[in-house]
Design a protein around this ligand. Structure first.
Ligand code: PEP
Length: 254
């Protein structure tokens, strides 16, 4: 059984007071939710204080990125996996398309970041996904396969078992145009087949593959009905406690 994960990626939103208010509002809305793992990814600046507020709750903390270098060392502006763990994060988003597009993230840096994260005991959420022109050119699966292979290069099977994959078609992120359940289902099945090729069947059966890209309270149920969709990575709809709670509670609310 793969327990679903609903993860909120706050991107560069929320000051510390705003983040603390969010958590205070969210906690009672999801306190009885047992159907999925609940993860929020605030900016680095809010991690420690939020982690203190989340103690004893069913909400876990992710960072939005991590240094490739293990450190400690001379890496101005970088935050190591050990530092994230120290600040209370247990998960980390790696290879988000915004980082690939605007901050020179490559499959090689994704691979290094995954290794650093795993060594520090963090659970990596590895993002993959094609751009619109790649899909239109019939290259969506090839692009995703390359990202998966590059990001997991040289990882052992036990390291592979630690990875969560998030399929986030770039054309669906922040556009209000989610992938149809059929498109998402097809790509998730493909991703699972690639994980099987890389790490073997037992790991492929266990690996949770999240869908991300314009997930909202009104479309999450049909997406989650697809057999290989094991949760959601959510941007915009994760920023308000009410809508994020609706995503977490999508089964109860049906
Ligand atoms: C994201 O940033 O990972 C994302 C999926 O954003 P949105 O839900 O806003 O499309």
């Amino acid at each position: 059984m793969r327990k679903p994960i609903i993860a909120g990626n706050w991107k560069m939103y929320k000051t510390i007071p705003e983040a603390l208010n969010f958590v205070q509002s969210l906690k009672p809305l999801v306190v009885a939710s047992t159907g999925c793992e609940i993860v929020i990814a605030p900016p680095f600046t809010a991690l420690k204080l939020i982690s203190l507020r989340l103690e004893g709750s069913n909400i876990e903390l992710a960072a939005q990125d991590v240094a490739a270098a293990e450190g400690p060392g001379a890496h101005t502006g970088e935050v190591s996996a050990t530092m994230l763990e120290d600040a209370g994060a247990r998960w980390v988003i790696i290879g988000h398309s915004e980082r690939r597009q605007f901050y020179c993230e490559t499959d090689d840096s994704v691979n290094k970041k995954i290794q650093s994260a795993i060594k520090a005991g963090l659970t990596p959420i590895m993002c993959v996904g094609e751009r619109l022109e790649e899909r239109d050119a019939g290259r969506a699966e090839a692009v995703v396969a390359e990202q998966l292979a590059g990001g997991t290069r040289n990882l052992t099977v036990s390291e592979g078992a630690r990875i969560i994959v998030a399929y986030e078609p770039v054309w669906a992120i922040g556009t209000g145009r989610a992938a149809t359940p059929e498109i998402a289902a097809q790509m998730h099945a493909f991703i699972r087949s690639k994980v099987r090729e890389i790490f073997g069947d037992p790991i492929a059966q266990e690996t949770r593959i999240l869908y991300g890209g314009s997930v909202k309270p009104d479309n999450i149920a049909t997406l989650m009905d697809q057999p290989d969709i094991d949760g959601a990575l959510v941007g915009g709809a994760s920023l308000e406690p009410d809508s994020f709670a609706k995503l977490v509670n999508f089964r109860e609310d049906r």
